[in-house]
Design a protein around this ligand. Structure first.
Ligand SMILES: CC(=O)N[C@H]1[C@@H](OP(=O)(O)OP(=O)(O)OC[C@H]2O[C@@H](n3ccc(=O)[nH]c3=O)[C@H](O)[C@@H]2O)O[C@H](CO)[C@@H](O)[C@@H]1O[C@H](C)C(=O)N[C@@H](C)C(=O)N[C@H](CCC(=O)O)C(=O)O
Ligand SMILES: Nc1ncnc2c1ncn2[C@@H]1O[C@H](COP(=O)(O)OP(=O)(O)OP(=O)(O)O)[C@@H](O)[C@H]1O
Ligand SMILES: N[C@H](CCC[C@H](N)C(=O)O)C(=O)O
Ligand SMILES: [Mg+2]
Length: 491
């Protein structure tokens, strides 16, 4: 690829540099190699424009930046929205990409949906992959990327890599951060899904409307013209999403009790799953979902919607739904204690998700539901007391503990959570101690829920140069605590 191709797409004359060959793209000046195009963005922490001279010294031949940025010694690909322009330019370079791509947005359920969509496609015989919080999962392996939505260069190069490996179908998570920073786009996306919207990330977004608007970019800009919007219909924001999708000319495919694409008629919990009745395309279906909890029904049917929207055949899709495997760290049963009490690990880290995880377990509890959780540091502080309230409202006993305190004082975060949790809650610093206390407390007919970290492998403490990730896996720790208790002879 030559600079002229990029420049002409942006209506810019590349002058003498027109024939220079582009070797790659970078958004971090430390990763620039000779012949690269550097994207200089104003960020939350620093201004990428300050690194333009260093990027050019490392061999950058063109800079995508605002018109007012100073660029000397390389082609200035100027645009008022440099992140978007960079995504578009990079997408010309990173070719080919998988032919079938879908994206999922929403506060909760993105990871679950991309995982389930991948599983459904695979069971329909496609070579499918997913990209999101759990990393990049292909038919052969799973590799973590660290962020839910990686940066645009990693994202597009992953897509090209997957395509070269023969992957034809990809489902990816579009977080609100990713959408507002144009981190995941530039390629053809045939369908987008909306799961739900509730409080999260109000440290980054000004208010709920701003948070919602960031998510809606998926439907107003990212999904292809004429594409499909798969929308969970039973959320309070759903009607607005349907309106926005229609205005853009997308085809809405609604799912849920109020859904028309998949109309959920009944959901009856059974010991290890639930019986579902629904109507799709005028035909009534009755299937067994081997997962518990209303929220997993929402995610499974939304994922079915994405598979249908991209051409999979209905009977095969719903047969696949009846064979879905659990998603790592989402209502994952870690252990059954010697007492007989099962311990579940779930990734609920918002007030709404905690309520959903608790509601999922409630029908299975004969005794008490004991919930262990904390709130993350350097994240939305306003969600802490509501998380305490949600946990206390649905549980019989609550242990408030630590979850990635990052740069904050762990005890202060716990007190903010305790403010909402009331007198059902005990405050125990040290997540292992809290898990031990909960498991020690549990009797045969109780259930323990450990929420907030799901699949995570570490406890993040400190920030900046002092940041450390201490190995910690809720599932392993629950098993170790249960084993220690049973070998100690208690209960
Ligand atoms: C708040 C936030 O989202 N920040 C992300 C964002 O930063 P930013 O664009 O504001 O970047 P910045 O650090 O101010 O730097 C500005 C620019 O200068 C460049 N730079 C910077 C330093 C340098 O030496 N040289 C250089 O060129 C940077 O590459 C960047 O382009 O872009 C960076 C590069 O892609 C990300 O690493 C960074 O994620 C930080 C680490 C983060 O913690 N993000 C979390 C909150 C996040 O995004 N989470 C969501 C999940 C949320 C959910 O689903 O619940 C996610 O999608 O992962
Ligand atoms: N459809 C849903 N409705 C309500 N709560 C849900 C739903 N799906 C998942 N949850 C809750 O949210 C938690 C996280 O689920 P998941 O990882 O799928 O969401 P996510 O949107 O990817 O989260 P993140 O923003 O951290 O990437 C689950 O463990 C569960 O407690
Ligand atoms: N994607 C979410 C994950 C939160 C997980 C929880 N364990 C925490 O650290 O708050 C975030 O970055 O806000
Ligand atoms: Mg996720």
């Amino acid at each position: 690829m030559r600079i002229a191709e990029l420049a002409s797409q942006m209506g810019i004359d590349a002058g003498e540099a027109a024939d220079t060959r582009v070797t790659g793209f970078a958004i971090d000046h430390r990763k620039v190699a000779p012949g690269n195009v550097f994207g200089a963005f104003q960020g939350a922490a620093v201004n990428g424009e300050d690194y333009i001279p260093a990027a050019i010294a490392s061999g950058a031949i063109a800079i995508v930046a605002r018109p007012e940025a100073k660029v000397e010694g390389a082609v200035h690909l100027a645009d008022d929205n440099p992140r978007r322009a960079f995504a578009r330019a990079a997408s010309l370079f990173f070719q080919p990409t998988p032919e079938t791509v879908v994206a999922v947005t929403g506060t909760n359920g993105k990871t679950s949906c991309v995982e389930m969509t991948r599983q459904i496609w695979r069971m329909c015989g496609e070579r499918a992959a997913s990209i999101g919080t759990l990393g990049v999962t292909t038919p052969d392996e799973s590799v973590s990327t660290g962020l839910t939505t990686p940066d645009i260069v990693t994202f597009l190069s992953n897509m090209t890599g997957l395509s070269r490996e023969g992957v034809t179908h990809v489902a990816y998570e579009a977080s609100s951060h990713g959408l507002s920073q144009y981190r995941n786009e530039g390629l053809s996306v045939q369908a987008g899904a909306f799961t739900n919207l509730s409080r999260d990330h109000l440290d980054y977004h000004k208010d709920m409307d701003d948070y919602f608007a960031a998510k809606m970019r998926l439907f107003t800009e990212v999904v292809d013209d004429g594409g499909t919007a798969v929308i969970w219909a039973d959320d309070e924001w759903s009607a607005k999403v349907i309106e926005i999708a229609k205005e853009r000319g997308l085809t809405p495919f609604t799912v849920g009790e109020q859904g028309k694409g998949i109309n959920l008629i009944a959901r009856n919990p059974s010991p290890l799953g639930q019986e579902l009745k629904f109507v799709h395309g005028g035909k009534a279906y009755a299937i067994r979902l081997p997962l518990i909890g209303a929220y997993q029904v929402a995610n499974a049917l939304t994922s079915a919607g994405l598979a249908l929207a991209t051409g999979a055949e209905a009977d095969r899709v719903f047969d696949a739904v009846s064979r879905l495997q659990p998603v790592r760290g989402r209502l994952e049963r870690a252990v059954i204690c010697a007492s007989g009490a099962p311990v579940y690990v779930d990734y609920a880290h918002t007030p709404d998700a905690l309520a959903a995880a608790i509601a999922a377990l409630r029908p299975h509890v004969n005794g008490r539901l004991i919930t262990v959780f904390g709130a993350g540091g350097d994240r939305d502080t306003g969600k802490r007391a509501p998380m305490g309230e949600a946990a206390a409202a649905g549980s019989d006993l609550v242990f408030v503990t630590d979850d990635n305190p990052r740069g904050e004082d762990a005890a202060s975060i716990r007190s903010e959570v305790m403010r909402g949790a009331g007198d059902k809650a005990r405050n125990i610093g040290g997540r292992r101690d809290a898990i031990t206390a909960a498991i020690t407390e549990a009797n045969s007919d109780d259930i323990v829920l450990i929420a907030g970290k799901g699949h995570e492998q570490g406890q993040i403490v400190g920030s900046g140069e002092n940041m450390k990730v201490l190995p910690f896996d809720d599932v392993d720790v629950a098993r170790e605590c249960a084993a220690a208790l049973s070998s100690g002879g208690a209960r």
